[in-house]
Each structure stands twice: as structure tokens, then as C-alpha cells.
Design a protein around this ligand. Sequence first.
Ligand code: ACO
Length: 311
Amino acid sequence: MFKSKITGIGMYVPERVLTNFDLEKFLDTSDEWITTRTGIKERRIAEEWTKASDLAVNASKIAIQEAGISEKDIDVVIVATSTPDMTFPSTACFLADKLDCNKPMAFDISAACSGFIYGLTLGDTFIKSGKAENVLVVGTEVFSHIIDWSDRTTAVLFGDGAGAVVLSKGNDESDILSTVMKSDGSNWNLLHCPVGEKLRMQGRETFKLAVRNMEVACNKALSKAGIKKEDIKLVIPHQANIRIINALAEKLEIPQEKVYSNIHKYGNTSAASIPIAMYEAYKEGKFERGDYILLTAFGGGLTWGAIVIKF
Ligand code: ACO
């Protein structure tokens, strides 16, 4: 079996910043409410005409450059998104074309906020089976396009952005050690967006299930990998709410400083949040080659999971 090594990480967010104070101008809300309930201070918002693939191109180029390969070396492009450019073709096809790849296998994953870790799991399978040498896994979202901007219970939470990693056939210790991916369609109504309509969420219920399910998935992934939680250098959770992240740290009995968050800057960017957080944490020196990291996410579907990586 081959080893899956993350050889490059990239991110991109739109330039336009929407602060909590900006939201106060057209919603019955306050910076104080949003900050204390979610940890979010501001988020990035794409232009109306910007597509998920546009954000993805910029993030992918950085990841590919960091990996030291060419766009032509990519065998598989996997895009996780709930805000695709079109129903079909897939956003992955648009992305591969915009990157000028060499006609790779390209497809999208619909797993809401868990999309990136679902994608990484699939990418790992392609590498481990020897079916691919370089897989581009991208999370990209223009959630601002599916937000009901008159609904204060959801409008304050989300932002736009993209993150990407290149997963390559490795020849050292770096590897994806374990993955645990789950779903529960019976709770679809807690968090959903009918085709052509706007996003709806029952926040309180989602909150409880997010903490509980991520905790279970993390513990399962750790035991599958044979890694003790004390050995994890950094947990990189999906960025939905700072209170969810802190509650998860408490349940896992992992100190908060070992659980990364940049939610104050970007809000919840759904499938993009983990690769964006990975990029920033790596650049900030929070983990390095040889460290064990733990990724975990929860989102609409419901979907959730966890991944243990030796970076
Ligand atoms: N400004 C001011 N007041 C507000 C706002 C707002 N923006 N939004 C809601 N309120 C009010 C509510 O109306 C309610 O008022 P009431 O008590 O008079 O009825 C009060 O604040 C409390 O509302 P709750 O919903 O109970 O607030 P809660 O503390 O649960 O926080 C939140 C809400 C932030 C949505 C939280 O529940 C949460 O983060 N949920 C999980 C989100 C998540 O994990 N989603 C999954 C990933 S996303 C994906 O997959 C696409």
C-alpha cells in the first residue's frame, strides 16, 4: 500500500470584508451577540458573479506550487462544495479546465461542511490503491449566494473562501493514518438548502449533535490510527462556532491552545474552512513535518468525520 502525503496547501478568500458592525446596519443583531455566541468578528464575501471555481483556482495554484508539481501532474481533481458553479458540469471540471490540467478525472462531493474531509478520504483511497499519484482536493464555497440576508439566525454565520491540498504518493513517513466518515440522512432538516432556495438551519439542535458526533469520530480515528491524544500536535476542526470548538476541546480533554481556530476572520466557510485553517496554522508554525494532526468536521446531511494525519 502506498502512503498519502500532503505536499502542498493553499487558500484564497475574497477581498471584501463584511464585519459584524456592517451586519448591524441591516439586521436586528449586534457585534456583541455575534462575538459571544459564535466567535465571529468578520467574514469575506465574494462578488455576485464570482463562482466557487474562481476561488478554487487561486487556492489550488498555491497548493500546486507548494507541492512542487505542475497542473499537468494532477490525476484527480476532487471539489467539495455546496455552492457549485452549476448543477452540472461539476465545479471540479471547471476548476481542472481553469488550471489547464491534463484532462484529469474530476468530480464534486456534496457533504456540506464535511465535504473537505470526505474528499481527503477519497483522495487517500486513490493514492493508497495506486490509482493516482497526485490528487487535488479542494473545498470552495460562495455561501453568500445561498444566504437569506434577512434571516439573522444564519446570515451572521457564514463566509466565502477556498482551501486546497495536493495529496501525493509519498516515500517517507508522512501519511493519512486513519479516516472515520459518517452520515445520518434522517436529520437532513436540521440544516438544508433546497435547490434554488436559501439555507435553513436549526442552530441549537445542530450545535449539540456537532459536538457529540465529532467527539466520537475523533476518538475512533485516534484509536484506529493507534495514536494517543497527547501525541496530537494540533486539532484542526471545522470552523462553525467557537463555542462548538471549545466544547469539543473540553470533551476530548485536549487543551484549547492545541485546537486551532481562525473563525473570527472568516466565519463558517463550510467545506473550505478546514483547508483554510490548515494553511494558516501551517504558516503560523503551529505544526510541521512529522507532527500528528487531527481534522474533524460536522455539517449538513448530516455528515461528519475525523482524520488523523502524520504530516
Ligand atoms: N442576533 C441577535 N439575536 C439573535 C441572532 C442574531 N444574529 N440570531 C438568533 N438570535 C436570537 C434568537 O432569536 C434567540 O432569541 P429568543 O431567545 O428570544 O428566541 C436567541 O438569540 C438565542 O438563539 P439560539 O439559536 O438559541 O442561540 P444559540 O446560542 O444556539 O446560537 C448558533 C445560535 C450560533 C446558530 C448556534 O446554535 C450554532 O452555532 N449552531 C451550530 C451551527 C453548526 O454547527 N452548523 C453546522 C455546520 S454548517 C453546514 O453544514 C453548512
